[in-house]
Design a protein around this ligand. Structure first.
Ligand code: GLU
Length: 287
């Protein structure tokens, strides 16, 4: 099911698989729910291994991947005997400080097995809003990629305040996609994509396979969807889509709950593909 308007109907659709295969630079966003076992509070090791194997395959084809990952708060929450949901803000920040180290160690070990180094970057909204700081961040991303190191980005939860934080990594990933002039942003979720209604409530709900414009009708679908249990939910995913599409970057929402989630998209797994709207904005000089 695809939502088109006017002249757009004549433009052939690009599937999520093609979007991934043709991308020169991709941003892959991984949520806590996929990465951290809800029962044990530990990293889902085999799943992470499969994801990294997928990402390494992109690099071997000459494509660049930047990871935006959550998981710091969930991993550090065991210090408070909680999985993050009922912590006070300062406890969450403390959990993030502890969990971020565990998170990066897990990525580092996994990437190292394939001969890749990792570069950790912690960003805030202010870093992305400020031209000078955004330029420095982008320069670092480029140098890491030149060195064969994978940039792994999270929000700097310990310094971001409630008023200034981006707050969810869906939008952070979209801002990174905009900064990096990425071709596609992949949001791995616990559902197949955007549904017309919550598929748990209504078995007749249909997956929207392509979105070319975020209309009020599309927004209504997201607000009625309780199917996505990650912290951001479908509403923040649409906010991310708006940022990415406006920056000329396509976006894909797909299920990431099974191993090798990117390979699954390439092999045609169900997903929602968001079509880039505008000419990309060039924020920073490419070296
Ligand atoms: N930055 C948070 C963390 O690492 C996650 C925010 C989000 O999931 O959107 O735990």
């Amino acid at each position: 099911m695809s939502y088109l308007s006017g002249r757009q109907q004549s433009i052939p659709a690009m599937t999520s698989a093609v979007r991934l295969l043709l991308a020169r630079r991709l941003i892959v966003k991984i949520g806590s729910a996929l990465l951290v076992d809800a029962q044990t509070g530990e990293i889902c090791g085999p799943w992470l291994e499969s994801l990294i194997a997928d990402i390494v395959r992109f690099f071997s084809r000459g494509q660049q991947v930047i990871i935006v990952t959550s998981g710091a708060v969930a991993l550090g929450s065991s210090q408070f005997n909680s999985l993050g949901r009922s912590l006070r803000i300062e406890q969450k920040q403390t959990a993030a400080a502890i969990g971020q180290v565990r998170l990066m160690l897990a990525y580092e070990q996994s990437l190292k097995r394939h001969g890749f180094a990792l570069g950790q970057m912690l960003l805030t909204n202010e870093d992305i809003e400020d031209d000078h700081r955004r330029f420095n961040a982008w320069s670092t991303v480029q140098e890491l990629l030149k060195l064969g190191a994978v940039p792994v980005i999270n929000e700097n939860d310990t310094t971001a305040t409630a008023e200034t934080c981006i707050g969810d990594n869906d939008q952070l990933a979209a801002r990174v996609a905009e900064m990096a002039n990425a071709d596609v942003l992949v949001l791995l979720s616990d559902v197949d994509g955007l549904f017309t209604e919550d598929p748990h409530d209504n078995p007749l709900a249909r997956l929207v396979t392509e979105v070319r414009c975020i209309t009020p009708k599309i927004e209504a679908m997201a607000s009625h969807s309780h199917a996505c249990h990650s912290s951001g939910g479908m509403v923040t995913k649409l906010m991310a889509a708006r940022i990415a599409m406006d920056a000329g970057c396509g976006m894909v929402i797909a299920r990431g709950t099974e191993p090798y989630p990117l390979a699954a998209i390439e092999h045609g797994a169900p997903s929602t593909s968001f079509v880039p709207q505008a000419k990309r904005k060039i924020y920073t000089r490419e070296t």
